[in-house]
Design a protein around this ligand. Structure first.
Ligand SMILES: [Mg+2]
Length: 188
């Protein structure tokens, strides 16, 4: 059993899709993910100030779409490992309650004791950290898994996971996956 630290924004929550959808609703322009590669996640948009303001909008975090595959894989990780959801929430204090509510809705199999909504992740210890930002991974003592996001695609030298299937391949054995599927069937 390993202690696994999982980030929320751009890892469990598809913040890039959230920005793209929101921007399209307001401008009619659909920004392609490929146009965001290697750029600051907000500054990459043509009217970056507008997108930055979105971050301060009530319900921004509460309404973020769930990253594809995250619910299924985290549910399995939770069965075989010690999972902690660690997210910086204090830069945008309103996000703290929104993130809590979002986790309760989308990851109901996790307990509140597994939620660590904090100011700085440098205090965090564990065996694995899954995060999209080097500012968090670089201070971590355990194994670092860089979760791919347009803003970090040009970074080299880290173990990269492109999606949740990649995470499962590293942290779950075939036996665990088979057993989890059986348990799911039994539990309905
Ligand atoms: Mg993140």
């Amino acid at each position: 059993m390993k202690q696994i630290i999982i980030d929320m924004d751009h890892v469990m929550a598809d913040i890039t899709a959230h920005y793209i959808n929101w921007y399209k609703e307001r401008t009619g322009v659909e920004v392609d993910r490929s146009a965001l590669i290697g750029k600051n996640e907000v500054a990459a948009f043509p009217e970056s100030e507008m997108v930055r303001n979105f971050l301060y909008t009530p319900d921004f975090f509460r309404t973020a779409p769930v990253m594809e595959g995250s619910q299924q894989v985290i549910k399995q990780l939770h069965k075989y490992h010690q999972v902690f959801i660690v997210s910086a929430a204090m830069e945008f204090p309103q996000s703290l309650k929104e993130k809590y509510d979002w986790l309760e809705e989308n990851f109901p199999f996790l307990s509140w004791k597994q939620f660590v909504l904090c100011g700085d992740k440098r205090v965090i210890k564990g065996d694995y950290m899954i995060d999209d930002h080097l500012k968090n991974l670089d201070f971590f003592d355990g194994e670092k898994l860089l979760f791919s996001s347009p803003h970090n695609m040009l970074i080299e030298g880290y173990t990269r996971v492109n999606n949740w299937q990649d995470v499962a391949d590293i942290l779950l054995t075939n036996e665990m996956i088979t057993e989890a599927k059986t348990l799911d069937t039994v539990e309905g």
